[in-house]
Design a protein around this ligand. Structure first.
Ligand code: XMP
Length: 563
């Protein structure tokens, strides 16, 4: 087994992310990695090329927890960018014909023995460079300035004062900026030719610049730096000369012709879950190649009320796709009987899915391609060993593995997109708003919301309670504001009184959270009246429930799902 492949396999296996299609896309990636192992280190062909962007910026990832945020901020200004490790091959960087470079922050110190460096060609290119935090310290270090450990670590809000508001990076911004700091080292001496562009009470050199090279000690990419997005805009538009040509409409046009070119007369299958990623993937591929695409939708019996019917309706009737619908409820519930361990539930569901999917795929006959909704966060190569070894909290994937004799290339049209861009593409394709702005739903479905054993009866109880939650949240106009809102069937029973009688029945919990990416989440401060309505309706309408509780824990330390 080759180290790289094994590492990739481990990385994919342990990835924790927040996609509503995660189960399918991630375990097929795991399958991909497994297949690569089985095929003695031969790469599985990925048919999808990087988009042909007219203008782009390369971000070198030095391991900051905010690196992906930088990329998202750049894309929000409609400039294509890729996040690459600093040791990425030059050819890969050159192929993007970047208009400029951004150097992210990172955990290293410039004087660490193995500190990652800015590639020399970046500094020699004459193109604009923006160094953020560690990125600025690297600029100072590599351009003959000095960096020292700060006597006082600067973490949190600070006020930066701009020396010259006419400098392009600060163009149009006020003289004093609220900024977010998170650094130990600091630049103590400017490299030759550099000027101080901004300072704070705690550090004399908060921003520095020479010509089109700029360093910022603070983080413009985080929301805690309110003017940060304008600073990024200034870098892209004022310094790199970008115009913002990365638009969903153009992406769709390019993507359609790319898919047609790749597929030719081939046959494509796609696993549909009804979530945003697989829906947009299938719609895009269908628009490109029509009936050469067959979608497979597996009902695992763990879906919400009316979900299967809604999916069939959407894909078969509205979008007119070839859809194979498999009701595998009995198989899944049969295998879940008596299982209470959450990880075991996930594993069983993943394995069973692979079996069902494979059996259906074989029935279709010769297949050349598998289309899947992999997103950019799933493919970004991580710069730091720490990120690669991210602690396993829950396996948001289901390691199964397709048998090696099922051979096809991958089509991943969303491979270079972030979630918000996928939504924009969905809108561009004419998908209805309620479809592309759905809250995430985990691959293992209600199985991880029925705490303890999953039975038909308990699933029905949860479905009924969940229906009320969704209905009331939507009526209150809060559905889109919340990252997720749902019910959990706890394993508890409590005493109640209904009419003249004593009851001893189930306790349902309600969970509603706000979040940007599911890595952290805040419990939602739902109005009391809304909670009262939800509770009232559940105890009155759902047989077997006599108590409703509201989960007031945030992530961390809790997770969003209970299992
Ligand atoms: P947690 O519970 O870890 O969840 O805070 C973060 C996000 O991931 C979703 N989730 C899953 N998605 N398969 C999935 O496809 C899973 O096994 C799984 N577990 C959690 C969860 O709904 C939330 O959006």
């Amino acid at each position: 087994m080759n180290d790289r492949t094994e590492e990739r396999f481990q990385e994919i296996s342990h990835r924790i992310s927040a996609s509503d299609d995660l189960e399918i896309s991630t375990y097929l990636q795991v399958a991909e990695a497994r297949k690569a192992l089985a095929e003695q280190e031969q790469e599985l062909p990925t048919a999808t090329k990087a988009p042909a962007a007219r203008e782009s910026v390369v971000i070198f990832d030095f391991g900051s927890q905010y690196s992906q945020l930088i990329a998202r901020r750049v894309r929000e200004w409609h400039v294509y960018c890729e996040l690459l490790p600093p040791d990425a091959p030059y050819e890969r960087v050159a192929a993007l014909q970047p208009r400029g470079f951004i150097l992210s922050g990172g955990p290293a110190s410039v004087y660490d023995a193995n500190a990652p460096k800015v590639p020399a060609y970046v500094l020699e290119s004459g193109l604009p460079v923006l160094g953020i935090c560690y990125g600025m310290q690297l600029l100072a270090d590599q351009l003959a300035g000095s960096v020292v450990p700060a006597t006082k670590r600067e973490y949190g809000h600070a006020t930066a004062y701009i020396n010259d508001t006419s400098s392009p990076i600060f163009s149009g911004l006020p003289f004093s900026l609220s900024v977010w700091m998170s650094h130990g080292d600091k630049v103590s001496e400017l490299p030759p030719g550099f000027e101080v562009l901004a300072y704070t009470d705690n550090s004399a050199i908060t921003a520095m610049g020479r010509g089109n090279i700029v360093g910022l000690q603070f983080h413009p990419e985080v929301a805690h730096t309110p003017e940060g997005k304008n600073i990024i805009r200034n870098f892209l538009y004022e310094m790199c000369g970008c115009e913002g040509s990365w638009l969903a409409g153009l992406f769709v046009v390019d993507s359609l012709s790319q898919i047609r070119e790749q597929v030719g007369n081939g046959k494509v299958i796609c696993a549909l879950s009804g979530g945003v990623d697989s829906t947009v993937t299938a719609t895009l591929v269908h628009k490109a190649i029509g009936d050469q695409l067959t979608c497979i939708f597996v009902n695992n019996g763990l879906l919400r009320r009316e979900e299967a019917e809604r999916n069939i309706n959407t894909f078969r009737r509205n979008l007119q796709m070839n859809l194979v619908y498999v009701d595998a409820t009995d198989r899944f519930l049969g295998r879940l009987a008596g299982v209470v361990d959450p990880e075991l539930k996930r594993r069983i569901i993943g394995e069973e899915f692979i079996r069902v999917f494979e059996a259906e795929a074989r029935k279709i006959g010769d297949i050349d391609f598998l289309a899947q909704g992999t997103l950019y966060p799933d493919v970004i190569e991580s710069a730091t060993p720490e990120t690669k070894a991210a602690a396993k909290i829950k396996t948001h994937h289901n390691v199964g593995g397709l048998p090696p004799n099922l051979k096809f290339s991958l089509i991943e049209p969303l491979r270079y997109l972030f979630k918000d861009e996928v939504r924009a593409v969905g809108l561009e394709l004419g998908l209805p708003d309620e479809m592309i702005n759905r809250q995430p739903f985990p691959g293992p479905g209600l199985a991880i919301r029925v705490i303890g054993e999953v039975t038909r009866e308990r699933l029905e109880t949860l479905r009924a309670a969940d229906w009320v939650v969704m209905n009331e949240i939507k009526k209150a106009g809060l559905y889109r504001e919340l990252w997720q809102s749902f019910a959990i069937l706890t394993p508890l029973r409590s005493v109640g009184v209904m009419g003249d009688g004593r009851t001893y029945a189930n306790v349902v919990a309600i969970r509603a959270v706000t979040s940007d990416d599911a890595m952290t989440a805040e419990w939602a401060r739902l109005p009391y009246d809304l909670l009262a309505r939800i509770s009232n309706r559940i105890v009155n309408e759902v047989p077997g429930v006599n108590r409703v509780v509201y989960d007031i824990s945030s992530k961390p330390p809790s997770t969003i799902e209970w299992e």
